[in-house]
Write a protein that binds this ligand. Structure first.
Ligand SMILES: Nc1ncnc2c1ncn2[C@@H]1O[C@H](COP(=O)(O)OP(=O)(O)OP(=O)(O)O)[C@@H](O)[C@H]1O
Length: 325
């Protein structure tokens, strides 16, 4: 667990982070969300002491981080930034192996680990191992960055807008890859983002900041359904509960009911918000769900309304509206 207690950062008279007390659960993803300049990056960097707090305490598994040498602290903390700084003169494998090499880990074990990690982030090791950063697309370079941050198997991962510089498709793919990795590895992740959809999709918890202060800390559902302030409500927007559907695959909401011929079919991997759009467009309250072209169940309107239940502004009708002509 990472604990922030009364954390503050001042630059001259300006308090860019203040009175920040937070407990970030181990093994979960906490998204630091908020408008530009609200102090997200400063907060993140105070955790690995790239920025020293002006006052307050950061504890990692109960230990005050000031009692550790910064380089010792950072060995246990992976760090992924937006325009990932890969070393241009080293190939992909050497880039991923940077930290294990620094730590003097055995070469062969590291080479195996590099291949495992490349596969984990969706890069074929044989194709990518010996490429130089200059030969990679932005999305591929980000994947290498994530692999590099995981290479020393740190329990904690700090990510600053890790998918920010990517086009929407690459971003979606890498978010998906990250979710799958996290399901397997259960790292304690702190992720800075200003993208609400990303925070709702990837965050187990969201810390919403405003002007250096914490507005609300809670699960995505708590922020949506029980906003602590008018700022939280306005920041998440009217359609917040619909946004929440974007983070859930149809597979999570469908049931194994019998398919009806003639109904539109969607893939089990499609996000539920897109499935809702299909229902609205087609004027149906049920969709057939397929996986690899095979029928696996149905998605019902009621499952979508339940998934956004308790919400204000969600799809509260008992059936979808008639389709527009
Ligand atoms: N070294 C510095 N000296 C003075 N002010 C700084 C310094 N670094 C950051 N700030 C100010 O602190 C505030 C918070 O910056 P920070 O980078 O943490 O915000 P952020 O929420 O991550 O923003 P963004 O989403 O735009 O990256 C900003 O107003 C910024 O101008």
């Amino acid at each position: 667990m990472i604990e922030l207690e009364q954390l503050e950062k001042r630059y001259g008279p300006q308090r860019v982070v203040q009175d920040l007390t937070l407990q970030l659960p181990a093994g979960q993803v906490t998204a630091l969300l908020g408008p530009s300049g609200c102090g997200k990056t400063t907060t993140l960097r105070m955790i690995n002491r790239l920025i020293e707090p002006s006052s307050g305490v950061v504890r990692l598994n109960g230990q005050d981080t000031r009692t550790l040498a910064p380089e010792v602290l950072r060995r246990g903390i992976g760090y992924v930034i937006q325009q990932i700084g890969l070393f241009p003169h080293l190939d992909v494998a050497q880039n991923v192996a940077t930290v294990p090499d620094l730590l003097g880990r055995p070469r062969q074990a590291t080479a195996r680990r590099v291949d495992e990690l490349l596969a984990l982030v969706g890069l074929d090791p044989d194709t990518f191992r010996h490429k130089r950063p200059g030969q990679l697309s932005g999305g591929q370079a980000q994947r290498v960055g994530v692999a590099r941050a995981l290479a020393a198997d740190p329990p904690v991962l700090l990510m600053d807008e890790p998918f920010g510089a990517l086009d929407p498709l690459a971003r979606e793919q890498l978010q998906q890859a990250f979710s799958e990795i996290q399901r397997r590895l259960h790292k304690t992740v702190v992720m800075v983002t200003h993208d609400i959809d990303e925070a709702l999709k990837l965050g187990d918890r969201i810390a919403l900041m405003n002007g250096g202060r914490l507005e609300q800390f809670g699960t995505p559902a708590e922020l949506i359904h029980q906003p602590a302030s008018s700022f939280v409500r306005a920041f998440l927007g009217e359609d917040a509960s619909l946004r929440q559907l974007a983070g859930r695959p149809v597979a999570a909401l469908m049931d194994g009911g019998e398919q009806r011929p003639g109904l539109p079919a969607v893939d089990a991997g499609l996000d539920a918000r897109s499935a809702l759009s299909v229902m609205l467009r087609e004027g149906t309250d049920t969709l057939n769900v397929t996986q690899d072209g095979h029928p696996v169940g149905v998605l019902r309107w009621s499952a979508l309304t339940q998934a956004t239940a308790g919400q204000k502004g969600g799809p509260t009708r008992s059936s979808p509206p008639e389709p527009a002509e």
